[in-house]
Design a binder for this molecule. Structure first.
Ligand code: ZN
Length: 295
């Protein structure tokens, strides 16, 4: 077995009670059946995520952007955590020296009972709401109503490959939801034109939440022995910067990704680093088996 994919060598590290940072991306949730809408083929209707996941898109057509997020929210509510999520949740429940940064907005780690105090979601969450007025700090963890509001019902129709819903078919016009139909922010919406409720998601071109970034940086500064990159493409700048920060502080790097064995990824490894190529759902239970037992 190549040294970089040696489970026994990884397990030996765990016996020294290392501080472990987990950096999770879309690959963790892929086996739960959630599309990411990033990259080639990731279209929703005729739009790419970049067309819809911006403040400019929301200002132009908040109803369309809300339908896109309502659809993703509905799909996430129906999805179940996979064995990868359960393995990380078990690790964080049984082991103190672990902290997780997730790029995922799907809520599946929470659904697997991952402890919230050891989790920071740098891109927000499909279940949160905030105000579109930048000067307003209103936020809410929304209900589990599905649809969230009656106007978003077209996004909550059940769908499978044999029963596509009209909302997903670009040949059908998308339902038109006007600016006035979007629920207002309860704090400023009566006075402010931009006081609309919007998804609590970090859109393209928007900064991360300062508090979230600071929490992660402080945890890294407390010392990281092992940093795992799990299903991330590492092209998202903030996630890449956390990995870089941990590695430059001396952490051993563990790449858990479908393409981890490709030459350019292996070339990125230092002597003591690891690369496990495959599905996080299969790999994570094996990697942490000495701590979590049989998940
Ligand atoms: Zn507001």
């Amino acid at each position: 077995m190549p040294r970089h994919s040696d489970f026994a060598r990884f397990h030996a590290l765990l016996s020294a009670k290392p501080r472990i940072l987990l950096v999770c991306g879309a690959g963790l949730s892929a086996s739960s059946g959630l599309p990411t809408f990033r990259g080639a083929g990731g279209l929703w209707r005729e739009y790419s995520a970049v067309d819809l996941a911006t403040p400019e898109a929301f200002e132009q057509d908040p109803g369309l952007v809300w339908l896109f997020y309502a659809y993703r929210r509905h799909m996430s509510m129906k999805a179940n955590p996979n064995r990868g999520h359960h393995a990380l949740a078990a690790l964080a429940q049984k082991y103190d020296n672990v902290f997780c940064v997730s790029q995922n907005v799907d809520g599946l780690l929470e659904k697997a009972d991952y402890p919230l105090e050891k989790l920071r979601k740098i891109h927000g969450c499909l279940y949160g709401l905030k105000c579109f007025n930048e000067d307003c700090d209103w936020r809410a963890s929304n209900s589990t109503d599905d649809p969230l509001w009656p106007i978003l019902a077209p996004a909550s129709a059940d769908v499978d490959s044999t029963n596509p819903i009209p909302l997903l078919d670009p040949a059908h016009p998308a339902p038109k939801i006007s600016w006035d139909e979007i629920p207002k922010c309860p704090k400023c919406g009566a006075e402010e034109e931009y006081g609309l409720q919007r998804p609590d998601i970090v859109w393209f071109g928007e900064p991360m939440d300062d508090h979230v970034v600071r929490d992660v940086e402080e945890w890294i500064d407390g010392g990281v022995d092992i940093v795992l990159s799990i299903g991330t493409s590492e092209v998202v700048n903030t996630a890449a910067s956390f990995l870089y920060h941990a590695r430059s502080n001396g952490a051993i790097y563990v790449n858990v990704n479908l393409d981890a064995a490709l030459p350019h990824h292996l070339g990125n490894l230092d002597q003591d680093d690891f690369a496990f190529a495959g599905d996080a759902m299969e790999l994570l239970p094996k990697l942490f088996e000495p701590i979590i037992g049989d998940v």
